[in-house]
Design a protein around this ligand. Structure first.
Ligand SMILES: C[S@@+](CC[C@H](N)C(=O)[O-])C[C@H]1O[C@@H](n2cnc3c(N)ncnc32)[C@H](O)[C@@H]1O
Length: 280
């Protein structure tokens, strides 16, 4: 293992390589460390495949990734980092140029929210996994519980104090993640204590159980939407995503607290990065 200067720890988290007090800009190309180690000149890069408006990306930034490049087939002017429109299964960048790859292939072929139209949607998971394996880089594939990915980690909003349960499964390669304890689901959507964020409006039917609960839930929900100042505000607060102004894109997102957790686990357990410590 190469020698890693404590200076590189500063360099990675503050974009300043302490060895030469050299400031590195977030979007600067990966450089060489003046100490000759593999810190990449202080820049840790993440590739965000199927990025949408960047819910997962915000969490990766909070975890300590300096440079994030998102790829999506559709335009996303609100994506908060570098964005390239393109096919994530044949990306316009070389995945090997990144330190970590996040992939959120579409879930509509497996989601309970689209149960009647599964057959209309493509399963992009096999080719995504093939691409990630070929890169040789650490990666995380995210999807809904019924998607055909390995269940290395399950996250729920209750683990992060969110007002949505939103279970997601994660297939992890190249580092380890500890499974957080899963709190009981004590809050009820029929009381307006939690919300199901899927689709462009939480008032879509089917989110509250039986007929009576549905009726109660819709009344409560209307109150909560008005308290929050509209559907967008409710979505933003529930998911912890404030940069996106499109409820539909927020509804497709990974809550940043999930990807932040996974990003921090990457820095904590990856054989190279764990020597540097979790970024502050
Ligand atoms: C579940 S969303 C991703 C959510 C995102 N990770 C977040 O946290 O905000 C899936 C995205 O995949 C995109 N998509 C679908 N097919 C694609 C393809 N072949 N290449 C790139 N993006 C694609 C969709 O436009 C959509 O934005």
């Amino acid at each position: 293992m190469e020698d890693i200067s404590p200076g590189c720890r500063d360099g990675r988290t503050r974009l300043l390589c302490a060895a030469e007090r050299r400031v590195l800009l977030p979007h600067q190309a990966r450089g060489d460390c003046p100490l000759g180690c593999r810190c990449g000149g202080g820049v840790v890069r993440a590739l965000d495949l199927f990025c949408c408006d960047g819910g997962a990306a915000m969490g990766l930034r909070n975890a300590g990734f300096d440079n994030i490049v998102g790829i999506d087939i559709d335009p996303h002017p609100n994506y908060p980092f570098d964005f390239i429109q393109g096919d994530a299964t044949n990306p316009p960048v070389d995945p090997k140029d990144f330190d970590f790859i996040w992939a959120s292939p579409p879930c509509q072929a497996f989601s309970d929210a689209t149960i009647n139209t599964h057959h209309l949607h493509q399963n992009l998971i096999p080719q995504t996994r093939k691409l990630l394996e070929a890169s040789g880089k650490p990666y995380c594939i995210e999807n809904v519980p019924k998607a055909p990915i390995k269940k290395h980690l399950v996250l729920c909003g209750a683990m992060f104090g969110l007002k949505t349960y939103r279970h997601r499964h994660f297939e992890i390669s190249g580092f380890r993640t500890e499974q957080p304890r899963h709190p009981n689901h004590l809050k009820k959507s029929s009381n307006g204590d939690i919300f199901c964020i899927c689709g462009s409006s939480p008032l879509m039917p089917g989110h509250f159980g039986n007929k009576l609960k549905r009726k109660q839930g819709r009344v409560k929900l209307k109150e909560k939407i008005s308290e929050a100042g509209g559907v967008l505000k409710l979505y933003q607060e529930t998911m912890g995503i404030y940069h996106s102004t499109k409820p539909l894109f927020i509804a497709e997102a990974v809550p940043p607290s999930y990807s932040e957790y996974i990003g921090k686990e990457f820095f904590r357990t990856h054989t190279f990065y764990k020597q540097l410590g979790v970024p502050k």
